[in-house]
Ligand binder design. Structure first.
Ligand code: PTJ
Length: 255
């Protein structure tokens, strides 16, 4: 059911985002499980304060620097990502020279094609991982995410994996790939295993990364490398947890 969300509704932004996910379900490219994943993300976003916190911005900066330094960077696209940030993620891929690959946990050829069509509509020139293109297998992985493109994730040195399940993140790490995750849950397995974990809503993270990429793309490689070297994911995740816990204590004390 489609409803008009009043602009003055206190949760306008959040409700509009929800509608995008629901539309994705109605159009058949977001899975029902994507609604559950989104709800979990919303809950963590509430705890964070629905804003990009400093550690998240640092992670976004390090992620862009790493993507710019990589030889074969790939951005993995699933249903929720296509519903929420198709346009800006294509812009990011162009700015950092990363390939786009559809890779689904609940894989069907129909969903793959629908997601590819959305990306093409928004200006993507090449979309990997659809149908026969996903002809390489990641042996370590049991799920349908194991099928990847020989021109994409299979040969990638760095993979950006938004809204991901933990198994593939671990498998890709075992293959020696550098993993950048976007996940509002700082405690998830994906968050723990990634080299860079961006604990931010994807609807803020990708536009932020577009802005950062515009600034960093002409930057000297040594400086980009310094940004990556100075970044410490464990420390950054600890800062996120401290932010959440001190925020909750502060809110409780204000009562
Ligand atoms: O499209 P498919 O078939 O590949 O399936 C996609 C989903 C998301 C259903 C699948 O990957 C899945 O089940 O993921 P999980 O295991 O639920 O993990 C998703 C993670 O993303 C959770 O930790 C959520 O907190 C987080 N998340 C959800 N929405 C957002 C988010 N993180 C950032 N921004 C969001 N908007």
């Amino acid at each position: 059911m489609k409803i008009e969300i009043p602009r003055d509704h206190p949760r306008y932004k959040s409700l509009v985002i929800r509608e995008k996910i629901v539309e994705g379900v109605e159009e058949g490219y977001v899975v029902l499980q994507g609604l559950i994943a989104h709800g979990r993300g919303e809950c963590f976003d509430y705890l964070i304060g629905e804003e990009t916190i400093e550690p998240a911005y640092r992670a976004e900066e390090a992620a862009v620097a790493k993507l710019l330094l990589s030889t074969h960077p790939v951005i993995s696209i699933n249903g929720n990502t296509a519903a929420l940030v198709a346009k800006s993620i294509i812009e990011l891929s162009k700015l950092v020279g990363a390939k786009l690959e559809v890779n689904l946990f609940y894989r069907t050829i129909e969903r793959e094609k629908k997601i590819k069509n959305i990306l093409v509509e928004y200006g993507a020139e090449e979309v990997l991982g659809v149908g026969e293109d996903a002809n390489k297998i990641i042996e370590e992985l049991g799920s349908e995410r194991r099928r990847v493109s020989a021109k994409g994730i299979y040969i990638a040195d760095t993979v950006l994996i938004p809204l991901e399940d933990g198994d593939r993140a671990e498998a890709l790490k075992r293959m020696g790939k550098y993993i950048i995750a976007i996940d509002l849950n700082p405690l998830s397995r994906t968050s723990q295993v990634a080299d860079i974990t961006i604990v931010d809503n994807i609807v803020r993270a990708i536009p932020n990364m577009v802005g950062i990429a515009k600034k960093l793309r002409k930057t000297d490689r040594n400086i980009l490398q310094e940004i990556v070297d100075n970044y410490d994911n464990k420390r950054n995740l600890a800062l996120v947890l401290k932010h959440i816990s001190s925020r909750l204590v502060r809110l409780a004390e204000e009562r």
